[in-house]
Design a protein around this ligand. Sequence first.
Ligand code: GMT
Length: 375
Amino acid sequence: MKIAIVCYPTFGGSGVVATELGMALSKRGHEIHFITYKQPVRLEQLSGNIHFHEVNVPEYPLFHYQPYELALSSKLVDMVKLHKIEMLHVHYAIPHAYAGYMAKKMLEEEGIYLPMMTTLHGTDITLVGNHPFYKPAVTFSINNSDVVTSVSQSLKADTMRLFKLRKKIEVVPNFIDTSKYSNSVSNCQRSMLARGDERIITHVSNFRKVKRIDDVIMIFYKIQQEVKSKLVMVGQGPEREMAEELVAELGIEDKVLFLGESHEIDKVLSFSDLFLLPSEIESFGLAALEAMVNGVPVISTNTGGLPEVNKQAYSGFLSEVGAIEEMGRNAISILKDDETLQRFKTNAHNQASIFDINVIVPLYEDLYKQALAGV
Ligand code: GMT
């Protein structure tokens, strides 16, 4: 199949899922066209059947806001005609489903049928999409997609609750390539982050409010009082400054490392003993899955899709949002001895394999086939 993928090309979960999906589909023989404003960060190489088409939005002084949707829908029309693309898959409803629908309509005028799949990732529904400023347009573009998928049962339920939809939603969870996981940790590289007798606790996110970065720091504060440990913070975003200030206030600067955005997340995770994800909202929690595949147990909240990913007292523990004390205690109970930690690590890896790329990607392929057949 010739498939166009529209996504955000940044470090965010939806862009990562879209990129990994495109790369996996290309390995399965499909021709993939990424159409976005920058080459996606995780797009390793542009091979014979992976293409990237940049959407340019020229600055024009009359416009207070540059019309990205217009440029994207025009680019889609051109690329579909040029490369004879058969299927459009947009990730994150805003504004991609809206632009995709416009492209679909323009192509229809020329007698070209382009089925569109919209994958809902989370904040496009729960935070941004639900805002009254966007809601009518988001409702319209979901209802006019040929196939709609969500990344968890929880996000499906939220979407049905928040929007008036006549469209069926298929659940296709986030996935992970378990074959990429390596069990070998070099002590030399690990020692750059922590001493041999210290546990490594990790958090990876875009440091937005919804990730409750202050809770991450406070949970770690509890842990380090009882367990020799270091906290490794990976990512960048609006809450980083606040986090650094809180770390200084608590006097634990020598125990917390801020690495910023990194292309070596798997390496950091392979050294890690525990992952913290105390989010306010999380439609799935790809970061938790990436930790688990590396054999890292997860302390998370029980919000959104997290209970579909992290299993209580097996791959980690789940608590109410803001339950810092409990999350700290649960973390210590995993870290306290090597035997318990090893058991949780093995469980975490086993739990991740449920979401293996070879199980999930065929679900998307089946839906593409149905859309092409007009089912
Ligand atoms: O919150 C993020 O890390 C970014 C965000 C995005 O839209 O890129 O991630 C969302 O999509 C991911 C991939 O489907 C999910 O795993 C994340 O749980 C979801 N984030 C939220 O719901 C807050």
